[in-house]
Write a protein that binds this ligand. Structure first.
Ligand code: ATP
Length: 625
């Protein structure tokens, strides 16, 4: 995912200020320690100067020599202590900032609408949450401080060199001009390359994530070789970018190392001439070169430190691209509170198109009018691709209508807080995501929102939900409802997964249940039992269910037919069957065959064959499911 970012280095880095404000003092002390360490390093040559000028004078004893050597040793120990102190000061504060930024990044990503997640690869988000912030921490703890300290060391060091001999100082400074010009060009090319490599690393992470999720499909279709080839290609592109980065850094480092060395060579010749002319004392010459040796380290470090800073800018740009993404689905300013929800749901002139739909195409939902009475079970039927799932997604506001209104008990759902709305509406999708938790935790995921914290209430909610969803098989798993399922746990069959997801929706005790063909993997008998129990237990719950099988449709109180973006007929199954040709056509195209017959064995207490099966995991779309 390539983004064009036009902010300057300063603009981007200054956005860190609010994060750094609370840790400004530890950072300041860290900076001061590093600066003091550099100061100490620069002081050592001055001792040399005194030592040379006193110890070499005939007649002076060796006392001054020993004192000087002792002072140099002490300064060495002090410098090491100060360097370690810098780390002590900054490590905890910067890791705290990193954790805080990562947590707010995660929270923001959680809040962002499904529409955002449709556009962003998971690897891009993963790399921004992990490696970019990790890089930021290293830059804050080391790069930023050392860049300033290094620059100051160079300035002070060059000043000292000038104070010892302006002629030699000028020679050294002459080398700085090409470095500055080269540094400017390096900044631009390296900045571009580091952006490219960080984006490519994100894309690579997406590829790994997708192939791990889709490993069964890849294996089943024998596409492992192709997947590897395409991964290799992406990895090689990243490698090429990294090589380009390393090469441009190497050239820059060569220039910043070579030019000062050349200047030192020239300075040596001029310095000896100056000493022989009596315009410079030997001590000053020794001190000049010792200072130049101290300054050479920071000058050489400038390249990697600048590179680190540009890469940190890129990391921050990438971070803020996500943080700056606005949430299109938000709470109203003054939410309406529904104390008791009857569950009457009304769609009025609802239009909807996906945000990324091409211009000029007609709306997917093109004026939907539909009313569900409180407590009613309504089946939604239409040909494949007619927009049934899209319509369902509008109810918990996973997407917002493009125009028109959806109201719950007469209140526009956009007037309700998202929390309230999603508490009243539970969703179960055909493609179910179970989390790497126990059955209990997966089922009670929605119940937690209801504030059911007492263990007894939770236990009752769990048992009821499992029973209604005909998911009693959970008790026969190795550790019963404590068995770990989901991506890192036991793999369940498609039908088992669907029933756990349905139990999750039921446990939330919603006023409105939105089911997107969640029984497709069940055999007809189990489906009938689930529907019967749903009717009994959730008598007061309004249910909107997308059905792909005539058996499901026939169990609904009424059926709505979605055709060309509108509801063209509403009635009982029998009424529509008798009087609507399109309905008969749609029904004829629906399959009566269950896709996963795994329930009868469970009912007889036999372990299911599919228990060991390893179905694909799917990307869930959100609330409640
Ligand atoms: N995130 C999306 N962005 C853009 N278009 C989408 C998106 N999701 C679905 N679509 C398109 O919208 C149309 C309706 O999809 P939807 O899933 O609502 O149909 P459906 O009636 O539920 O189909 P099915 O019965 O096959 O499940 C399809 O053409 C689909 O390609």
């Amino acid at each position: 995912m390539a983004h064009k970012n036009t902010t300057t280095l300063f603009q981007t880095l200054s956005r860190l200020a609010p994060q750094l404000h609370p840790i400004r003092w530890p950072l300041f002390w860290g900076f001061l320690s590093a600066l003091a360490a550099s100061g100490v390093a620069l002081a050592v040559p001055q001792i040399y100067r005194i030592l040379v000028n006193t110890a070499l004078v005939p007649g002076n004893g060796t006392g001054a020599l020993w004192v000087g050597a002792g002072v140099v040793l002490l300064l060495g120990v002090l410098e090491a202590g100060l360097i370690s102190l810098r780390r002590q000061f900054v490590i905890v504060p910067v890791t705290t900032v990193e954790t805080r930024m990562r947590t707010s990044f995660y929270a923001h990503v959680q809040r962002l609408a499904v529409e955002f997640h449709d556009r962003w690869g998971s690897g891009q988000l993963l790399s921004r949450a992990m490696s970019d912030l990790n890089f930021m921490r290293r830059w804050m703890a080391f790069g930023a401080i050392m860049l300033v300290v290094t620059a100051l060391t160079v300035v002070i060091g060059v000043g000292l060199m000038f104070s010892m001999s302006w002629e030699l100082g000028l020679i050294f400074l002459a080398a700085a001009a090409p470095i500055a010009i080269f540094g400017f060009r390096f900044r631009r090319s390296y900045g571009r390359a580091s952006r490219k490599s960080q984006d490519q690393a994100g894309d690579l992470a997406t590829t790994v994530e997708e192939s791990v999720h889709g490993i069964r499909v890849l294996k089943a279709f024998g596409r492992g070789r192709e997947a590897l080839d395409s991964f290799e290609e992406q990895a090689q592109e990243l490698q090429a970018t990294e090589i380009h980065k390393a090469k441009s850094l190497a050239v820059f480092s060569l220039v910043v190392t070579l030019l000062p060395e050349l200047a030192l060579g020239a300075g040596l010749v001029v310095g000896i001439l100056l000493v022989s002319n009596g315009r410079l004392d030997v001590g000053a010459l020794v001190a000049f070169f010792a200072t130049a040796a101290v300054v050479a380290g920071p000058v050489e470090a400038m390249g990697p430190l600048l590179a680190m800073t540009f890469a940190a800018k890129t990391a921050l740009d990438r971070h803020f691209e996500v943080i700056d993404s606005t949430n299109t689905i938000t709470d109203p300013e003054h939410p309406v509170q529904l104390d008791t929800v009857r569950g009457e749901l009304e769609f009025r002139d609802v239009h909807f198109r996906f945000p990324d739909s091409p211009e000029g195409t007609t709306d997917l939902l093109n004026g939907v009018d539909l009313t569900l009475q409180a407590g009613e079970t309504m089946a939604l039927v239409g040909i494949t691709g007619s927009g049934k799932s899209a319509l369902l997604n509008l109810v918990p506001r996973l997407y917002d209508v493009s125009s028109g209104t959806i109201s719950l008990d007469g209140v526009d759902i956009r007037q309700l807080s998202l929390n309230d709305l999603r508490r009243h509406v539970s969703v179960a999708f055909e493609d179910t995501t179970l989390f790497s938790h126990s059955v209990r935790e997966n089922v009670l995921l929605g119940a937690a929102e209801q504030g059911e914290s007492s263990p007894e209430l939770n236990e009752a909610a769990l048992e009821r939900a499992l029973e209604v969803a005909q998911a009693g098989f959970a008790h026969t798993l190795a550790d019963g409802v404590e068995t770990l399922i989901g991506e890192e746990g036991l793999s369940l069959s498609g039908g088992q997964r669907q029933r756990i997801a349905l139990a999750r929706a039921i446990a939330a005790r919603p006023a409105l249940l939105v089911l997107d063909d969640p029984l497709s993997a069940l055999d007809v008998n189990t489906e009938e039992r689930v529907m019967d129990r749903l009717r009994e237990e959730l008598a007061g719950t309004t249910t909107l269910i997308v059905a792909h099988r005539p058996s499901t449709v026939s169990m609904a109180d009424r059926v709505a037919l979605l055709q060309d973006g509108r509801i063209t007929a509403v009635g009982t199954h029998a009424e529509l069957l008798a009087g609507n040709e399109h309905y008969r056509y749609v029904l004829a195209s629906l399959t009566e065959e269950p896709r996963d017959l795994d329930s009868d064995a469970e009912l007889s207490g036999e372990p299911s064959d599919e228990l060991g099966a390893t179905p694909l995991t799917h990307k869930d779309q959100g609330a409640g499911a």
